[in-house]
Ligand binder design. Sequence first.
Ligand code: RTP
Ligand code: MG
Length: 147
Amino acid sequence: MERTYVMVKPDGVQRGLIGEIVRRFENKGLRLAAAKLMTVTPAQAERHYQEHVGKPFYPDLMKFITSGPVFAMVWEGDSAIALARKLIGKTDVTEAAPGTIRGDFALHTNRNLVHGSDSPESAEREIGIFFAPEELQSYSKAVEAWM
Ligand code: RTP
Ligand code: MG
């Protein structure tokens, strides 16, 4: 069982895509462990995107991710990290396949609607930036026996 950090970015909230994005993760069968609407602080943004410090797109990324509310979530299940990345689609929107969130809804790479952790280490780190341990729910769903 894995947990992954998924975040509808400010453009997704503004475009009214929270429900559409949540629906895709629910349909897949992943289990929602935590969720909240929040505004990312500059300190959280710096920690979250620490691997991109110094890259040409970093200043815009910092400004963008703190520019308005995001919908922060933790999803869990077997291979949750890889499955979430598949549902989200490739970073470059010209490569993101139809059927993925970015492939279906994103027009520009720097306004690509949704984030998903890229490794178990990133997932643990990112969940810790945005959620306190007591915000995560542990439960099971009867339907999981059929999946
Ligand atoms: P994210 O972290 O936001 O889920 O996106 P990702 O893993 O698919 O992509 P990542 O390499 O982590 O990049 C973080 C965000 O920076 C912007 N970006 N722009 N112009 C570019 O070459 C470029 N590369 C990355 C994107 O908005 C990407 O989501
Ligand atoms: Mg990334």
